[in-house]
Design a protein around this ligand. Structure first.
Ligand code: ASP
Length: 447
């Protein structure tokens, strides 16, 4: 077991968990099944795992966002590029969530679910009163930042993190130790997250086995439908939105006069996409993404702004997942979303992707923020928790692919793409040598 990769372990846990759930359904009800196994061991392990995830969420968002904002090291020089990227990263989230909610609503995989089939799982969903959009916006600014951190107010945490990050940049040299502290803290938290992910297969197994032992067949079919709709929305976004963005905003390659092809980005980005898919972490993929970006012709500076910023700010894949999930869970619980609530989902999911760190499952944790904002009970996440990995892998790959596409758009405008390298079928082989030569040229130009 220990030799398997985490991805394999998660898939094994997934299959075993579902199978165990079905087997438990066949076991006659009684103390052993209900109190000891489902209500005892599985409940204990599953809840423990959920608590672990919740434990890391606030420090994770807070620290990684501060580091993300401060990764724009030279705001004057990179301000315009960084600003354009940030704008595009943010704005592109809207069509992503929009398409996701469209597919979620039209295909409505939770349609056939009856109250009985989820009744045993969630006795009485407590449906809160949805807060209004104004209320959400006012609530973004915390009166007491410490209360926001300790109370897990994720929107407020995001606000404080951005404020601190911008202030660190503005202060400059004197705040360098603070930035370094945050970078070190980020490493520490990532270590804890990595440890949590090590036990994740057990947590996933327990959650799935319990879920599938309690859910009726329609609910299970609905979950399969959910996964398929997320995949479909991701594919739609990649082919149509990224395809159109490349055509309209990048257009022709000045070197050859031919259109920029998505297939070239796929080919040159393949190592990063594969790593993102199997690790489900765009943060862990960052070094590979940078290398692929340079092979596409990104200048060193362009790559070092585009990709670290993209890890935190650009998560179209995660946004798509959240859009489908919000619509799905609402339908699952029989809640009809009105226009105001749909707008609220658009805004909160955009903010939630900003706050999601590029680690496995982050998007699902942040989903709680979206659900709360429209009054869907947070416990509903438990339904999709078990299948999250299957949708996390493709959404992470799309998160990374989006960085390439948007980086191409801004990079071409700013003249920071080397189209000779873009057209070069062979990769830049010696990165260390290349970067040493670049450093030498830079030093010479300053002398
Ligand atoms: N795993 C995703 C990423 O690293 C974030 C998410 O959970 O949606 O990009």
């Amino acid at each position: 077991m220990s030799k398997m990769s985490l991805t394999t372990k998660m898939l094994v846990a997934l299959v075993l968990g579902i199978a165990t759930g079905f087997i438990l359904q066949q076991v006659p009800p009684g103390m052993v099944r209900d109190t000891i196994i489902v209500g005892g061991v599985l409940f204990f392990v599953g809840e423990l795992f959920l608590n672990l995830i919740w434990m890391v969420v606030v420090p994770l968002i807070f620290v990684s966002l501060v580091v993300g904002v401060t990764s724009i090291t030279d705001p004057k020089k990179v301000g315009r590029v960084g600003g354009k990227l940030a704008g595009i990263y943010l704005l592109s989230t809207f069509p992503a969530i929009g398409a996701a909610m469209f597919f979620g609503t039209v295909l409505d995989p939770a349609r056939g679910v009856t109250e009985e089939s989820i009744g045993a799982f969630m006795a009485e969903p407590t449906i809160g009163t949805p807060p209004g959009v104004l209320q959400i916006l006012i609530g973004i600014v915390p009166r007491n930042p410490f209360a926001a951190l300790s109370g897990g107010q994720t929107l407020q945490v995001i606000f404080i993190a951005i404020a601190i990050g911008l202030a660190i940049i503005a202060v400059g040299e004197a705040a360098k130790p603070v930035r370094e502290l945050f970078i070190a803290l980020n490493e520490v938290i990532m270590k804890i997250v990595a440890a949590v992910m090590k036990v994740a297969p057990f947590g996933v197994f327990a959650l799935l086995a319990r879920t599938f032992s309690l859910l009726g067949i329609e609910a299970i079919l609905a979950l399969i439908g959910f996964v398929l709709v997320v995949w479909l929305a991701l594919a739609f976004h990649t082919i149509f939105v990224y395809g159109a963005a490349l055509k309209v905003f990048v257009g022709k390659d000045p070197h050859t006069g031919q259109s920029i092809k998505m297939s070239t980005l796929f080919k040159k980005g393949a190592p990063a996409l594969a790593f993102a898919f199997s690790s489900a972490s765009s943060a862990a993929t960052l070094p590979v993404t940078m290398r692929c970006g340079r092979n596409m012709g990104f200048s060193r500076e362009m790559a070092s702004i585009t990709f670290p910023m993209g890890v935190t700010l650009n998560m179209d894949g995660t946004a798509i997942f959240q859009g489908v999930a919000a619509v799905f869970l609402a339908s699952f619980l029989g809640i009809t979303l009105d226009a105001g609530q749909i707008m609220t989902i658009l805004i909160t999911a955009t903010l939630a992707t900003l706050g999601a760190a590029g680690v496995p499952g982050a998007g699902m944790i942040m989903l709680s923020m979206v659900l709360v904002s429209v009054g869907i009970p947070i416990e509903a996440i438990a339904f999709i928790f078990g299948v999250d990995r299957i949708v996390d892998m493709p959404r992470t790959a799309i998160n990374v692919f989006g960085d390439f596409v948007y980086g191409m758009i801004v990079g071409k405008q700013e003249g920071m793409i080397d189209f000779a390298q873009y057209n070069n079928p062979t990769d830049l082989a010696q990165f260390a040598e290349l970067e040493a030569a670049e450093d030498a040229a830079l030093a010479a130009s300053r002398a």
